[in-house]
Design a protein around this ligand. Structure first.
Ligand code: NIG
Ligand code: FE
Length: 387
C-alpha cells in the first residue's frame, strides 16, 4: 500500500475528541496526516510526521473530513425552474411538482440517467462531499423504482428505496401503498440499504402516519434500515413514528412540537436538517438550538433535488445552518460530517482518526470558519490522491 504524507495543514479537523484541542472537533494546528492506501494511517504535529512514500504540502490550508451528505435525490431527469420562480412569487410548495419529475425520469434512458447522476456526484465532490446517500422516488412503478436503485447502486452503497414519495396521480392510495409495501419492495430491496417515506398528512400527494407505518414495517421485514421525510410542511406524526420504529434518521424536522423535540432528544434517531430546502421554498428554518439543547444528534444534508433544493453544496448548507439556524460553526461542521455518518450508521467515515477512511476535504483558507465566513465562494473540494 502506498503511503502519502500530507503536510502544511494549517488547521486539521479530525472529529476525534482524543486528538488535538480536546473539543468534539479534535482540531490540530500546523498538522500532518498520513494516508495509507484508503485509510488514515497517522495524525499529529507536523514536526513529528513520519516518512512516507510520497508527500504533498497543502500550503497552510484547512483539512476536514469529507462531507457526508446523507439525503439526496439524484436519479432524475428534467428540471423545475418555473416551479421555483412561481414559488418565489408566492406559490406554496405541496409536493405536487414531483409528478413532473417522475414523467421526465420515466422518459429518460438508463444511460441518460447514468450521465446525469455521474455529473451530480462530480459536482458534489468538487465541493468537498465524499459520501452521498441516493434515493429513488421519481419512478413510482415497480420497474422504474428498481431501475433508479440499480443505477444508484453503481455510485454508492447508501441507496434508499423511496417508492413512497408520492401517490402517482390517478392511482388509488390504498392500492399504491400495498404495491410499495409488496411487489415494488420485493423488486427494489436487492439494490437498497434503506427505505424512506414522505410522511406528510398536510400534502394530498404524500402519506399519512398509518400509511407510513405500513411502508416502514414492510421495509424492515425485508431487511432494510428505516429513514423518514417527516414534519416538512406541517406538524405531524413523522418524527414520533421515526423515533418509535428506531429509524436511523428523520429528515426535515421543520415543524416540531415539544413532544417531537423530547422524542428526538431521548431516542436514537438522528434529526437531519436540510436548510437548503427552507431557503429554496422560503419556509421557516428548523429550530436547531432547541434540538441541541434537548440532546438530539443533528445531521446536515443538502436534499439535492429538482423541486425543493437544487443545490448540491454542503458548504452552502453549513453557511445557512450557521447564519439562519444559529448553529455555531463547529456544530455545523460536525453535523455535516460526523452527523451525516451517524445518520447513515457508519463508523468508518465522518472523521479523520487513525483507521478511518481517507475521505478528506481541503478548504482553501487558514481556518474552518471560512466555510461560513466566505459563503458562496468555491473554496472546498474533496482531496484527490493523484493531484
Ligand atoms: O425532500 N419532500 C419530499 N421530497 C423532496 C422533494 C422532492 C421534489 O419536490 O421533487 C424533499 O423535499
Ligand atoms: Fe428529500
Amino acid at each position: 500500500m502506498t503511503t502519502t504524507l500530507l503536510t502544511g495543514i494549517g488547521e486539521l479537523v479530525t472529529n476525534d475528541p482524543a486528538l488535538g484541542d480536546g473539543t468534539a472537533l479534535g482540531v490540530l494546528s500546523d498538522a500532518a496526516l498520513v494516508v495509507d492506501g484508503d485509510h488514515i494511517g497517522w495524525v499529529g504535529a507536523r514536526s513529528r510526521a513520519p516518512a512516507a512514500d510520497t508527500m504533498q504540502d497543502l500550503g497552510g490550508r484547512t483539512v476536514l473530513p469529507g462531507f457526508v451528505d446523507s439525503h439526496a435525490h439524484l436519479v432524475f431527469a428534467g428540471e423545475r425552474s418555473a416551479e421555483f420562480a412561481a414559488r418565489m412569487a408566492g406559490t406554496a410548495y405541496d409536493g405536487g411538482g414531483i409528478a413532473t419529475t417522475v414523467a421526465a425520469t420515466r422518459d429518460a434512458s438508463d444511460d441518460e440517467l447514468r450521465t446525469l447522476l455521474a455529473a451530480r456526484i462530480a459536482e458534489m465532490r468538487s465541493q468537498g462531499t465524499t459520501t452521498v446517500e441516493v434515493k429513488s422516488g421519481y419512478g413510482l412503478t415497480v420497474s422504474a423504482e428498481a431501475r433508479a436503485l440499480r443505477l444508484a447502486r453503481e455510485v454508492t452503497t447508501e441507496t434508499t428505496y423511496l417508492g413512497a414519495h408520492v401517490v402517482p396521480p390517478g392511482t388509488d392510495r390504498a392500492d399504491y401503498v400495498a404495491l410499495v409495501a409488496g411487489e415494488m419492495l420485493t423488486e427494489c430491496a436487492p439494490y437498497a440499504r434503506w427505505i424512506d417515506v414522505f410522511c406528510e398528512p398536510a400534502s394530498a400527494h404524500a402519506f399519512d402516519g398509518d400509511e407510513s407505518r405500513t411502508v416502514l414495517l414492510a421495509g424492515r421485514a425485508a431487511g432494510l434500515g428505516l429513514r423518514v421525510h417527516g414534519n416538512q410542511l406541517s406538524y405531524g406524526p413523522g418524527v414520533r413514528l421515526a423515533v418509535e420504529l428506531g429509524a436511523a434518521s428523520v429528515d426535515h424536522c421543520t415543524y416540531l412540537n415539544d413532544d417531537d423535540v423530547e422524542a428526538l432528544g431521548a431516542g436514537g434517531t438522528v434529526a437531519t436538517l436540510l436548510p437548503g430546502v427552507e431557503f429554496s421554498t422560503r419556509s421557516p428554518y428548523p429550530d436547531a438550538r432547541r434540538l441541541i439543547e434537548a440532546g438530539a444528534t443533528i445531521a446536515l444534508a443538502c436534499d439535492c433535488n429538482p423541486g425543493t433544493c437544487y443545490s448540491s453544496s454542503m458548504p452552502f448548507v453549513v453557511a445557512l445552518a450557521v447564519r439562519e439556524m444559529h448553529m455555531t460553526i463547529d456544530e455545523a461542521i460536525w453535523s455535516a460530517t460526523m452527523g451525516g455518518a451517524k445518520a447513515l450508521q457508519r463508523s468508518d467515515i465522518g472523521g479523520l482518526g487513525v483507521g478511518m477512511r481517507a475521505d478528506l476535504a481541503v478548504l482553501d483558507g487558514p481556518s474552518r470558519s471560512y466555510l461560513a465566513y466566505r459563503p458562496g465562494v468555491p473554496l472546498t473540494r474533496a482531496w484527490d490522491p493523484t493531484a
